[in-house]
Every structure is written in C-alpha cells, then in structure tokens.
Design a protein around this ligand. Structure first.
Ligand code: PLP
Ligand code: TYF
Length: 396
C-alpha cells in the first residue's frame, strides 16, 4: 500500500544540529539553527513570560471548550497593536486577522487563502529566502519564483536588481517581503528603499505578503515595523504573518497571527469568514495556552515593560557579538574587508563563505554554519567568539 511513498531527506538544518550534538569536541561552536541563544549558550525563557505561566496555572480558562476558529479574541486585539503600532488606525477598520500556529501557520493559512481567491497569482520571494517559504507555498499549490536580493560579489543588497524585478511583475503577483532581520542574509532595506518598494507594489497593484518573525531583534519593536507602516499608509491591501516563537521564546507553543489588510471594512468582514473557513479545513481551531501567555503579558503594563527590557537585552547582545566578531576579524585579517558583516542586522548573517569554507570550518575547527554560509549570530558568546574569529580568519 505505502511502497510508493518517497523517503523524506529531512530538514538540512535539523540534520546539521544533530551532527553538531554528536560532535565530541568540547570547543565546538553551534551557529546553525535560528534559535536565540544567550551568553551561556542556552535558549532562555523570558522572566515576563514565566510570570504569565504562573498566572495561567492559577487561572485556567473558565471553560475547557475549543477557542473560536480565528483564535482568542483578546489576543487578536493585543497582538495587532504590536504589529502595526501607531499605524493601526490606518488599517484597523479594514483588517481581517486570525491567531495562527506560529509564523509558519500564518504563512500556510495565507497561502491557502491566496491560492483559493488568486488562483492565477504566483509568488515571488527574495533570492535567497528562508527555505520553508518555498516549501509552504509550493505545498499550497502556489508557483514560487525569486526576485534578486543578495549580490554575492558585493555581499550587499542588489537593490536595483530587486526593484527591476518587482517592476516586471504582473498585477496581483504575490511578493514575500521580510520587514526586518532578513533570514538568511541579515541584509535589510533602509526606510527610503522600503518607500520605493511600497511605491512599486502600489503602482503595479501587487500583493505584498510580509513575514515578520523577528520584530524587535533589528533596531527595536517600533523601528522594525517601518515597512509595514509605509505599506499601511499607501492604502494598498497586503498580508502580514507574525511570529512569537523567538520574541517571546515560545517556539513549541506555536503562537502567531495572520493579518489581511483589505480595501474596505466590508471586504475585511468577508475575508474574516474565509480565514475561519481556511482554519476550519486545516486544523479546526488553534491551541489556547501560548496565546493566553502573550495576551497576559501584553495586557499588563508592568509585564510588557519587563518583556521589552528582556527583548532589548537580546537585541543588544547580538549586536555586540556581531561588532566584536568584526573587530576581532579586523585584527586577525586586516587584508580582508568584513564591513559587510557589521552592516547586517538581527539574528542572522550571510558570511559569503563557500561550501568548501563552511566544510573546513566544521571539519577543522568545529565551527558549524549552514551550508549556504548563514551564521546564527545568537550562537556567538564571549567564550567562543575568539575561536570563531580565528577559524573564520583561517579559512579566508
Ligand atoms: N519566517 C521566517 C523568516 C523565519 O525565519 C521563521 C522561523 O525561523 C518563521 C517564519 C517561522 O516561525 P515559527 O517558528 O513561528 O513558525
Ligand atoms: O534556522 C532556521 O532557519 C529555522 C528554524 O518550526 C526553525 O528553520 C525550526 C523549526 C520551526 C521554524 C523554524
């Protein structure tokens, strides 16, 4: 019966992590998977979220029945303020939204909705992008194409190439955009560049789909949403996937949201119904625990302040590690220009190392990066920074 089932090769990132775990070398360095690691190399819990967990244990839901298909109502109100900030009044009346199973679940529900109502639209993602963007949209039956983004020669953004490609797209083409902390390159657009992208999206009547998995890891909670605010100001309809996996350290609870900014309150109401239908036909209703935690933190000024302070410390630590790595590399290899690494933002950096260099880093130095050359900056700490810099310097 099942003889014809193809083997799944596994996710290359998970396989690499497994290989790292089995590596007996004590001084090995894990710069692979996109988790936030702290100075001790641990994935930390937020103390603000821990307090919400204590509250949740003491205050179980009044009734154990299912949540609504589109999630916990208070949560949906709380998280949209975070996503849109002071631009919320520009979109609130024409917003459809649903709680989602993390950012991935938001992308999948959005992809299913788009496939149903824009069956002829294809998706364009940055080259490169998070690999799962390809898989999720392909899985929903949407054809996936790429627009130019990273220039391997300059190790910088190919902005003119990006604009040129977006300017060729047919009406209602779907364009996936990372509003901050681009995964995998760490290369973000400036606000001026975002304005130009928003202008092209509006002129050509394209459908932007923002994927925000790292709000607050770039320049700050508010700063990281500039692209979304500019799109909101343009009046153009768009979609947004929001993830709380990293920024609340709630990876396994699967907490996120999907927003569809429509052209009018009337269409938003209809789209809201179709979001519910999409959820109903996928997994019926979402889990409540993670959403209760996020909502509890955001409903309390004191807990929100505490969470923001913790998030800011994570952002600052990654920034310092990045700067120290670049400084150390400058000492070791003054002949090589590493300024591109310092210009990158967030949890990831594209080192520009070749697959051969990545293999040498792993085999000779026990420093693990993804084969593409992506480094998880959060994997750096004061104990492994020098060894990492020496290994990088050696393979250059
Ligand atoms: N989008 C991007 C760009 C990501 O990097 C990730 C996680 O690594 C996600 C979405 C998915 O996040 P979640 O774990 O909330 O599904
Ligand atoms: O490191 C990365 O890019 C991710 C990590 O549900 C990840 O692929 C792992 C599991 C998941 C989402 C993201």
């Amino acid at each position: 019966m099942f003889e014809h089932v193809d083997a799944y090769a596994g996710d290359p990132i998970f396989s690499l992590v497994e290989q790292f775990m089995k590596d007996p070398r004590e001084d090995k360095v894990n710069l692979t998977i996109g988790f936030y690691f702290d100075e001790d190399g641990k994935v930390p819990n937020f103390s603000s979220v821990d307090k919400a967990k204590v509250w949740a244990a003491d205050n179980p839901p009044a009734s154990p029945v299912y949540l609504p298909m589109d999630g916990l109502p208070d949560y949906r109100v709380a998280v949209k303020s975070l996503a849109f900030g002071d631009a919320l009044p520009l979109v609130d009346s024409r917003l459809a939204s649903t709680q989602s199973l993390g950012g991935s679940g938001a992308l999948k529900v959005g992809a299913d909705l788009l496939k149903r109502y824009f069956p002829d639209s294809e998706l364009w993602v940055s080259d490169p992008t998070w690999e799962n963007h390809h898989s999720i949209f392909k899985g929903a039956g949407v054809k996936v194409n790429t627009y130019r983004y990273y220039n391997p020669q300059t190790k910088m953004l190919d902005f003119s190439g990006m604009l040129e490609d977006l300017n060729q797209l047919p009406e209602k083409a779907i364009v996936l955009l990372h509003p901050c902390c681009h995964n995998p390159t760490g290369i973000d657009l400036t606000n001026e560049q975002w304005q130009q992208v928003v202008d092209v999206v509006k002129q050509r009547n394209l459908l932007a789909f923002f994927d925000m998995a790292y709000q607050g890891f770039g320049f700050g909670l508010n700063e990281d949403t500039q692209a979304i605010k500019l799109m909101a100001e343009s009046g153009q309809p768009f979609l947004l996937a929001q993830s709380f996996s990293k920024i609340f350290s709630l990876y396994s609870e699967r907490v996120g949201a999907l927003y569809v900014v429509c052209e009018s309150p009337e269409t938003a109401e209809t789209v809201q119904g179709q979001l519910k239908f999409t959820v109903r036909t996928n997994y019926s209703t979402p889990p409540s625990f993670g959403a209760r935690l996020v909502n509890h933190v955001l409903a309390s000024d004191a807990l929100t302040d505490e969470w923001k302070t913790e998030l800011e410390a994570m952002r600052e630590r990654m920034h310092i590690m990045r700067q120290q790595l670049v400084a150390k590399l400058g000492e070791l290899r003054p002949d090589v220009d590493f300024s591109y690494l310092a210009a990158q933002v967030g949890m990831f950096s594209y080192t520009g190392f070749s697959p051969e260099q990545i293999k040498r880093l792993k085999d000779e130095f026990g420093v693990y990066l993804i084969a593409s050359g992506r480094m998880c900056v959060a994997g750096l700490n004061t104990r492994n920074l020098d060894a990492t810099a020496k290994a990088f310097a050696a393979v250059c």
